[in-house]
Ligand binder design. Structure first.
Ligand SMILES: Nc1ncnc2c1ncn2[C@@H]1O[C@H](COP(=O)(O)OP(=O)(O)O)[C@@H](O)[C@H]1O
Ligand SMILES: [Mg+2]
Length: 227
């Protein structure tokens, strides 16, 4: 393979094939068929995802995006927490406005891993990558899961991103609609079962949940007081 290594995430290595295409290859097995189907479905409805060219086994060949991830833009100071939160909230809102693909009741297409390292800020706007966990269900579950992911970083005592993650989480919870607390327990269970999580990350789930609940409760109190 002549492809040039471009990036590596937790599950996959991404290689540039040429200036138009990348290959994303899972390191630990898996099948990309399901995520490719969801990506094609939401793309057809105008939601921003990379165009999929080929999906086979552990390999996904897709459009090569320009720009950088939202996480790297945040770290570079090109974007502040309020802007990132507004963008994340908007992506949730747009995704959950789409009709269900599987047609099960009022279920919505969910990403279930929508965080700043899975959004690329490109010349055509923000684009959502990494659809491995995608499924259908209540929109609040997707929102709760994004909050848990941010909160896990925020409560990590020695995590170098703890402080920006806490700021982003607060801005996200301030802006997002619906009530993510209704699906918090399910989001925590999904996260607990994620094999990609380290033991240390799993131990932080209780503190992460407390941070989210504390923020939402504080917000309710403020609005009751009319502040
Ligand atoms: N279509 C793409 N174009 C350019 N870079 C990409 C593309 N998809 C992924 N990447 C890069 O590869 C990294 C890992 O991809 P991702 O799908 O999130 O894998 P993982 O499941 O390992 O997190 C991303 O953070 C991004 O830097
Ligand atoms: Mg990723």
């Amino acid at each position: 393979m002549d492809a040039v290594p471009l990036a590596s995430g937790r599950d996959a290595d991404v290689f540039a094939i040429d200036d138009r295409r990348v290959l994303r290859r899972y390191r630990h097995g898996g099948d990309v068929a399901a995520e490719a189907a969801v990506m094609a479905y939401v793309a057809g409805l105008g939601f921003p995802v990379p165009t999929v060219f080929q999906a086979r086994g552990v390999d996904l060949v897709m459009e090569r995006l320009d720009g950088r991830t939202m996480l790297s833009a945040l770290l570079a100071g090109e974007l502040d927490a309020a802007e990132a939160a507004t963008c994340l909230v908007d992506l949730h809102r747009r995704l959950h406005a789409l009709p269900s693909r599987l047609g099960a009741g009022d279920a919505r297409v969910l990403h279930l891993d929508l965080h700043p390292d899975n959004v690329m800020l490109t010349s055509r706007g923000p684009v959502v990558i990494d659809w491995r966990n995608s499924t259908e269900g209540p929109a609040e579950l997707d929102v709760a899961l994004s909050a848990v992911i941010l909160a896990q970083v925020a409560v990590g005592e020695n995590h170098h991103l703890a402080s920006p993650a806490a700021t982003l989480l607060a801005a996200f919870l301030d802006r997002v609609g619906g009530d993510p607390l209704t699906e918090l327990d399910r989001a925590l269970a999904i996260r607990r079962d994620d094999p990609a999580l380290t033991g240390g990350e799993r131990e932080l789930l209780g503190a992460a949940a407390a941070l989210i609940v504390g923020h939402r409760r504080g917000r309710e109190k403020t609005s009751t007081l009319g502040v």
